[in-house]
Design a binder for this molecule. Structure first.
Ligand SMILES: [Zn+2]
Length: 312
């Protein structure tokens, strides 16, 4: 069940697709990050083999799904055999229906299981549209994955294998990492972003998220991380996000022991050092969002601890 409470003044990520541009970044032969501008709109990905291609994430509506496919057409003439959803959220999956019926959609079992209540998901994602509800007005069906996997699977594109990993819950129950071993590139959806950004706790507290990132780190020797939102990242993001979540858990636990209310804790627990971009960085304009996400995380952690049986 997605966490719906928000701290006072929370705005959250703007995912309105109006005027979004997709810029391909070549990571290796036939391996592209499709970076969305302005951030934090949804990034996608493309991996090309001899027989066909795999696309990572579908966009928030059919117009974005077509934009992604047009971008793919400029980079390869191979058919799109596969579309992977890294998370069930509509900004990654509402575009599914606008891919050809010959494209097979693949996702983790938990991601597929989360894609049942379209109206509820449209209401949740409408909060990220900053009033432009027209953007998802044409979303009338939610095309679900054709193929699901539990922990790990791979697809063969012809001379090119793409792996899909579910390491456990993080931002959502079914978070999936799409991994191209030769490029050591990972598409991480909402699970992991740039080390200076903060996670978004929508499904419980930090502890299971830390375990999931630890499994990720011990399994894949990642070089390039293509997050679902925001700038490209590298392996340092794993340690930075695990450290962030540990610090968050400790700070909120301490505040609760001192008897602080939830809102007082939100106002008291500072963003850990190393998060937020320096002023010269192009992503510095996302710093207010990093602060916003942090305040949400403090509140989500507080509520999660409230639900835990208290230790004697
Ligand atoms: Zn997302």
């Amino acid at each position: 069940m997605e966490f719906v409470e928000r701290p006072p003044g929370y705005r959250g990520p703007n995912l309105d697709p109006t005027g979004v541009r997709l810029r391909p970044r070549r990571l290796a032969e036939g391996v592209y990050a499709l970076m969305a501008f302005p951030p934090p709109r949804d990034n996608s990905g493309l991996v090309v083999g001899e027989h066909g291609a795999l696309v990572v994430d579908a966009g928030i509506n059919s117009a974005m799904a077509h934009r992604i496919q047009q971008t793919v057409r400029r980079l390869t003439d191979r058919p799109i055999l596969w579309l992977a959803n890294t998370v069930y959220h509509g900004d990654h999956s509402f575009g599914n229906a606008a891919f050809p019926t010959t494209t097979r959609i693949i996702a983790s079992r938990q991601t597929a299981a989360s894609m049942t209540d379209l109206d509820a998901e449209k209401r949740a994602r409408a909060q990220n549209l900053y009033g432009n509800l027209d953007a998802i007005a044409d979303v009338t069906s939610w095309r679900r994955p054709d193929v699901v996997f539990d922990d790990h699977t791979e697809v063969d594109l012809g001379g090119r294998t793409v792996q899909l990993w579910h390491f456990g819950p993080g931002n959502s129950p079914g978070d999936t990492v799409v991994w191209v071993p030769e490029a050591r590139a990972a598409w991480t959806g909402n699970l992991l972003g740039h080390r200076r950004v903060a996670p978004m706790l929508l499904e419980g507290g930090p502890a299971p998220y830390i375990d999931t990132l630890a499994r990720f780190k011990s399994t894949l020797e990642v070089k390039t991380i293509v997050p679902g939102h925001g700038p490209l990242a590298d392996a340092r993001a794993l340690d930075a996000w695990m450290a962030y979540l540990r610090e968050l858990l400790e700070a909120v636990t301490r505040a609760r022991r001192l008897g602080l209310s939830a809102l007082a804790t939100v106002e008291t627990v500072p963003l850990p050092r190393g998060h937020g971009f320096p002023p010269w960085h192009p992503a510095a304009r996302m710093n207010w969002l990093v602060q916003d996400l942090h305040r949400l995380n403090v509140l989500a952690t507080y509520r999660d601890l409230e639900r835990q049986p208290t230790a004697a």
